[in-house]
Design a protein around this ligand. Structure first.
Ligand code: DGP
Length: 111
């Protein structure tokens, strides 16, 4: 998509700190990390959020979550994944992404 920030990051038009890439998924460190490990996991195909996510993309994202958690060394200690969807969840970039957060004890409450 022409005017999408994450499409531009995936295309290499905007720099990022890439941590993972496969045929369907691209992942990079969040510019404003909220945990020692904070990675954004993004489908290469543009879709606004989980409401537009097909089964194939969901499977690719889930597989990347495991690979990145192991790569970042948080698979044993634990991690949290969040995908903000729409206004009430404060989604600020309208390209589907999953936040992977870890590397520290998190709050029990999620919201
Ligand atoms: P959300 O609020 O769920 O839509 O999360 C969007 C995230 O994207 C937010 O945590 C900050 C991150 N972000 C915004 N712009 C950039 C950028 O240019 N580079 C990187 N690496 N992350 C960005």
């Amino acid at each position: 998509m022409n005017d999408c920030l994450f499409c531009k990051i995936i295309a290499g038009e905007i720099p990022c700190n890439k941590v993972y890439e496969d045929d369907a998924v691209f992942a990079f460190r969040d510019i404003n990390p909220q945990a020692p490990v904070h990675v954004l996991i993004v489908p290469k195909k543009h879709m606004a959020n989980m409401l537009e996510c097909d089964a194939e993309t969901a499977a690719a994202l889930a597989s990347a979550v495991g690979a990145i958690a192991r790569q970042e060394g948080v698979d044993a200690s634990g991690f949290r994944i969040i995908s903000n969807c729409g206004h009430d969840a404060c989604q600020s970039v309208n390209h589907l992404h999953v936040h992977l957060l870890g590397g520290a004890q998190m709050a029990e409450k999620m919201a």
